[in-house]
Design a protein around this ligand. Structure first.
Ligand SMILES: [Zn+2]
Length: 460
């Protein structure tokens, strides 16, 4: 971790070098700097780093305690009462987000986002009005959105709709994540009232426990409205630090995102890993390259299914003896830990929000002049990009290990052997924010034989 202290100097040296380099012809050269650790050349922004200090464990605790005090937030619970049930909970969330918007001069657009859906998990398959609460922080580009969600519904989960009346505190699942998202909206609207390049959607979503219904409605709506989802995150179960056997871990967090190559969620996972190393090094990011824990689901999944880069944040050690039970109360939530995850969220969302769009149509072709040792990587320009970087990793490496400055051109002769690795390209803004990486396609997939070939003769 000591290497991290050298990072600003390394980055300054690399950007000074980049400025001296003539932009017209980017040729193969030694990497400007090997990517230090997993930060892989991502740059730290002083404004984002300063905002992390505003994240308050005490405020997150107040929000979570208020949610728990509504008794249950079951999807089919009472909606008329102001003291109990999911209706009271969402009106509280709406009021809270509206108050933040007033404090930032109306910078947040707060709305209820209703979806009428059938709940197939219950025996009588009732219809329900599932209502997300959204706060939009518009960016310069309102067609690109970064979504950060947590679900505010809770349950004592079975197939019996009568559960709607039992107490279901849901302090960790997912009062912790919902409260983190509310805190992000507060801090980011105060610190960045003019928004970022991309638009941020703070989403407190409903009916996760009945099959991700609120998040599914939101994902479909954003796609119907022709938005480009830069990334969709969910904070779900981010507050427990003690396992049933007494083991404690309050210094690492897991991320879940699919990484089949090429996978945009896999690139998102590497990005969060790098941002964590850069901004919140005391909280170790532990990426897992699968959609979710085995047999479990989360609100990033509907976005993943629609092809968006999507990732879940979850505590390192879960206690499943508390989840979906009356024992999921505030004693099982460590608020300084939730605040740590919230800071990681903030650095990630603000960095992605500040970055230009990722590059499109990245193709790598074998370079004949070098006898096939090098590859020419080319891509389409991204609007707002000041320059581009080409990255390389061996197939056995979990993240990018080399970063090459390609300047302002759209093609780069890469002195790496892609038979043995992967290449990707990302766009860089004038102030040093990096987009998600786009993995290079290496041309047409191998042609399948038209018909099954005859069985080969046995080897002599
Ligand atoms: Zn949950």
């Amino acid at each position: 971790m000591r290497l991290l202290h050298l990072l600003p100097a390394l980055l300054a040296a690399s950007s000074a070098l980049a400025q001296r380099r003539p932009a017209a012809t980017a040729r193969a050269a030694a990497p400007l700097a090997p990517a230090p650790d997993v930060a892989m050349g991502l740059a730290r922004d002083a404004r984002i780093a300063a905002a992390l200090a505003d994240v308050s464990p005490a405020r997150i605790r107040v929000t979570d305690s208020t949610l728990v005090a509504f008794g249950t937030r079951h999807t089919l619970s009472d909606t008329a009462s102001d003291a109990r049930g999911i209706g009271a909970a969402r009106r509280f969330l709406y009021r809270e987000l509206r108050a933040y918007s007033r404090d930032c001069g109306g910078c947040l657009r707060v709305e209820y986002d209703p979806h009428d859906v059938q709940i197939a998990r219950f025996r009588d398959r009732p219809m329900a009005r599932v209502v997300n609460v959204l706060a939009w922080l518009p960016g310069r580009d309102t067609s690109r959105v970064v979504v950060i969600s947590g679900h505010y519904d809770s349950c004592i989960c079975s197939t019996d709709a009568a559960d709607a009346t039992s107490d279901a505190p849901g302090a960790d699942d997912d009062g912790s994540g919902a409260s983190a998202v509310v805190e992000l909206a507060r801090v980011m609207s105060k610190r960045f009232p003019k928004g970022f390049d991309a638009t941020i959607v703070f989403a407190v979503v409903a009916a996760e426990e009945q099959g991700l219904l609120g998040a599914t409605g939101l994902a479909r709506r954003l796609h119907d409205e022709q938005k480009t989802v830069v990334a969709a995150f969910t904070d779900d179960i981010i507050g427990n630090v003690m396992a049933d056997d007494g083991r404690v871990d309050s210094t690492s967090v897991r991320t879940y995102a699919v990484d089949s190559v090429p996978s945009r969620s896999g690139e998102l996972s590497r990005y969060v890993w790098g941002i964590g190393a850069l901004y919140t090094p005391r909280l170790e990011v532990r990426p897992t390259f699968r959609l979710d824990r085995i047999g479990r689901g989360g609100d990033h999944s509907p976005f993943h299914r629609l092809g968006d880069p999507a990732l879940r944040f979850t505590e390192r050690l879960e206690d499943t003896k508390r989840q979906h039970l009356p024992t999921d109360d505030l004693t099982g939530v460590n608020f300084p830990y939730v605040a740590g995850v919230t800071r990681l969220n903030l650095a990630t969302v603000a960095s992605l929000g500040s970055a230009p769009p990722p590059v499109d149509s990245v193709v790598a072709r074998r370079d004949r002049a070098s006898g096939g040792q090098k590859w020419t990587v080319s891509w389409k320009s991204a609007p707002g990009a000041a320059r581009y970087e080409v990255l390389f990793r061996a197939t056995t490496s979990p993240t990018w290990t080399k970063v090459y400055d390609a300047g302002t051109v759209n093609s780069y002769l890469l002195d790496e052997q892609l038979d043995d690795g992967w290449a990707a390209v990302r766009s860089v803004s004038a102030d040093g924010h990096r987009s998600l990486t786009t993995v290079a396609s290496t041309g047409a997939p191998p042609r399948a034989p038209a018909a099954a070939p005859p069985a080969p003769p046995p080897a002599p």
